[in-house]
Design a protein around this ligand. Structure first.
Ligand SMILES: C[S@@+](CC[C@H](N)C(=O)[O-])C[C@H]1O[C@@H](n2cnc3c(N)ncnc32)[C@H](O)[C@@H]1O
Length: 313
């Protein structure tokens, strides 16, 4: 039996028994949210997904020679994305400043109660997770981290305004389930917080998200699907302020320029953004106003793009 610390800070709208534990195909632990009707990870593997969609696209080699790396994990959940990145950064002896945004304290607690989860991490990363759970802060030599529990849209303002992030890991539930964290306004805010050399990384290849990232002034790249996901045309998006050096865009690396299919996708009604001007909008309102905006849009219908490219997505 798992004992979970049901912390008082958990928002009342989250049903207490809505998180179900799952084991994914690579043997790593994940969760399914009955509340959102969505899994935290791909069934192929929670750890595998973090490696393929966050760690490898982060291309940590590009930061070699940079002493301090600043990381923002938006929707930390169980912490796989940060765990994988920190394992690497710690080995490379970077100084790390880490911030996390997450509304629900339970996923991390559930993970830390499970041997299967604990076994994945080095003692240093496990200590990072335990410190966040117990004290909301992690300090280890020159490294430090803070988890900001609560709605990311508000909690982001707790972070020092002038701080710029080298890595922003954006991993909310899908735009249809959690549109508030994919809004034009939130994406613009995250984009402003990116350092000049930094990368914003997300599993989403949705046209609406990519279009918002472009309007925020970022250059966007597609994450190449891993070998076992070759039926997909993209495994996500990396957005940057500066153009990626050609050496990092190649088949050997994980990023490529957008294909014609992906570029044309940006010209369809799917690219109409999610809008949340107050930063406090309800999911349903955000979805329904987008539907209205799409119905009035002059952009081409996504179904003709799908037909042209013979794609189900
Ligand atoms: C797909 S899961 C994240 C998976 C995670 N990166 C991991 O490695 O386990 C989405 C997460 O978003 C969190 N979330 C949902 N709405 C949020 C909000 N408004 N602010 C912050 N976190 C939110 C959920 O609690 C959940 O942990």
């Amino acid at each position: 039996m798992i004992s979970i610390d049901f912390n008082k800070k958990i928002r009342t709208f989250i049903e207490l028994d809505d998180l179900k534990i799952r084991t994914t195909k690579d043997g790593s632990l994940s969760l399914y949210s009955l509340n959102y009707k969505e899994a935290f990870h791909d069934t192929n593997g929670a750890l595998k997904e973090s490696i393929n969609k966050y760690l490898l696209p982060a291309q940590l080699d590009q930061f070699s020679g940079i002493e301090r790396i600043v990381v923002l994990d938006v929707c930390m959940g169980l912490g796989y994305n940060s765990g994988c990145i920190l394992e690497e950064l710690l080995q490379r002896n970077h100084k790390i400043e880490w911030h996390g945004l997450e509304i629900d304290e339970r996923p991390l607690s559930i993970g830390l109660n499970e041997k299967k989860f604990q076994k994945l991490w080095s003692p240093k990363v496990l200590d990072f997770f335990n410190c966040l759970k117990k004290k909301e802060r992690w300090i280890e030599g020159f490294n430090k981290g803070t988890i900001h529990w609560g709605d990311a849209r508000q909690k982001i303002y707790e972070i020092e305004d002038s701080l710029r992030f080298d890595l922003i890991l954006l991993d909310p539930f899908s735009p249809q389930k959690c549109p508030e964290l994919w809004s034009e306004q939130f994406i613009s805010l995250l984009s402003q917080k990116l350092s000049f050399k930094g990368s914003l990384i997300t599993y989403s290849s949705a046209a609406s998200i990519r279009a918002s990232l472009k309007r925020a002034g970022l250059k966007i790249y597609s994450i190449s699907p891993s070998m076992d996901a070759q039926n997909k045309w993209s495994s996500g998006t990396v957005a940057k302020k500066e153009e990626l050096k050609q050496q990092f865009i190649s088949e050997n690396y994980q990023l490529k320029d957008l294909s014609n299919r992906e570029l044309e996708h940006l010209a369809t009604r799917s690219s109409v953004p999610y809008r949340d001007p107050t930063g406090r909008g309800e999911s349903k309102e955000i979805i329904s106003s987008r539907k209205i905006e799409q119905s009035k849009s002059q952009l081409i219908n996504t179904s003709s793009w799908r037909k042209r490219w013979n794609t189900a997505q």
